[in-house]
Design a protein around this ligand. Structure first.
Ligand code: HEM
Length: 404
């Protein structure tokens, strides 16, 4: 038993039992952040904010949502949108936050790629980040099923069909996932459970892992400078705050984060009140009907790039290309053979690789939304081939990169 003394106050009482001063130092006042980072390093905090918005709005939506194939559609489009006071507001917040989370996640990922923030002890940050991306994708997909509209039903059908693995005809696996021959009540109930319980829990756990993975290597910086964090932290604590290359996470860096978050909030609430339509598909305003297939089935914008990698090929080749696209980002820390954790602008061929990849992802996204006809299907095919080629050549172009 530890030696407890009479506490001088509540803080001291808690400190003796929970070591709150030590915890506060580890996660805030002695969590050192480099000074030379720009607004792109605020994206992580914005993601924490959008996730909180998803949780809060989701809890309000759950109070009226009915997970049954007879009532789900009306509970969303009638009860929540028309009958419940401000139900529309929570739905707009939830839909916009889910879409914007992906936008910020892509910016955050590409910032990491641009600055090489997945190297030299930061691999675990990257892996946990990618696991967050995959879990968020599963959460978005399962949430999309819940209003039980035409797009929910048919996107559910198309995506679960992927598990038949083309020529392998694993139809039993598809039925096992659906709990039925077609999406029906068992399907809706299990996706509801995944969306409101299992996946949010997994996301919270993975966020913990992501933050823990950041603690030892610290965040990278825009100059790719190798900072001696212990020496710089000592300088700061000894009073040379100006000369030190680092600052405290709280409240120094946090105040910078809050500035970027403030600007983001203007954009976020502009979308919630005036431009929410992009996050709510009009086809999903019709109730699910297993007898009427929509003319053109497409996923939400953030899945379009990987959908476009599946589409231009024959079934089996398309599935292999799609599987490749889903996992390849995870291996980035090992496919990039250079040890330079600096901005892509200083990395010769990698700079070209980075911009071609980014533009290719945008082209794939644009083509994924259009019907696969004529010139669009040719552009889609070329963009899909470029995507695969880019990842195959990456180890070769980075192998002999000059040390900067
Ligand atoms: C909701 C999901 C996520 C949250 C809440 C989150 C949060 C954060 C935070 C707070 C930071 C530190 C500050 C910053 O650089 O922004 C960070 C850094 C980082 N995250 Fe994420 N992140 C998420 C998803 C991802 C994804 C999808 C990836 C990509 C694989 C990723 C990769 C990274 C990397 C590489 C860093 C280190 C940046 C550096 O060292 O400069 N994160 N994340």
């Amino acid at each position: 038993m530890a030696n407890f003394t009479k506490a001088t106050g509540i803080k001291d009482w808690l400190n003796q039992r929970l070591a709150i001063e030590k915890v506060e130092k580890v996660i805030a006042s002695e969590y050192w952040i480099p000074k030379n980072i720009n607004f792109l390093w605020a994206m992580g905090m914005i993601l924490v904010f959008t996730f909180k918005m998803l949780l809060i709005s989701g809890i309000f939506l759950m109070m009226y949502y009915q997970p049954s194939v007879e009532q789900a559609f009306d509970s969303v489009n009638y009860t929540i949108m028309r009958e419940v006071d401000f139900g529309w507001l929570w739905r707009h917040v939830h839909a916009v936050a889910s879409s914007v989370t992906f936008l910020i996640m892509y910016i955050h990922m590409f910032t990491g790629i641009y600055y090489g923030s997945y190297k030299k002890g930061r691999e675990m940050i990257w892996i946990s980040g990618m696991l967050l991306f995959i879990t968020f994708s599963a959460a978005a997909f399962s949430g999309y099923m819940l209003p039980w509209g035409q797009m929910s039903y048919w996107a559910g059908m198309v995506i679960t069909n992927i598990f038949s693995l083309g020529g392998l005809h694993m139809d039993g696996l598809v039925e096992w996932i659906r709990g039925d021959y077609v999406p029906a009540q068992a399907f809706l109930t299990r996706f509801y459970m995944l969306h409101v319980l299992l996946l949010p829990l997994a996301i919270i756990g993975l966020m913990g892992l992501h933050f823990a993975a950041l603690r030892i290597p610290h965040v990278n910086n825009q100059d790719g400078e190798e900072i001696d964090f212990d020496a710089e932290a000592k300088k700061y604590l000894d009073g040379d705050k100006k000369g030190s290359k680092v600052m405290r996470f709280a409240n120094d860096f946090l105040s910078k984060d809050m500035m970027v978050l403030g600007i983001f909030l203007i954009f976020f609430f502009y979308l919630v009140f005036f431009n929410y339509g992009f996050a709510l598909d009009p086809v999903n305003m019709d109730k699910a009907d297993g007898l009427i297939t929509p003319k053109h089935i497409y996923p939400e914008w953030y899945f379009l790039w990987s959908y476009e990698i599946l589409r231009p090929f024959s079934t089996n080749v398309g599935l292999i290309a799609f599987g490749f696209a889903q996992v390849i980002y995870l291996f980035l820390p090992w496919l990039d053979r250079s040890s330079n954790a600096v901005a892509a602008s200083r990395r010769g061929k990698f700079k070209i690789w980075f911009w071609v990849l980014l533009i290719d992802m945008i082209v794939l996204t644009a083509m994924g939304k259009l019907p696969p006809e004529g010139i669009f299907s040719t552009i889609g095919l070329v963009a899909a081939l470029v995507f695969i080629a880019l990842w195959i050549i990456l180890p070769f172009i980075t192998m002999n990169e000059k040390k900067v």
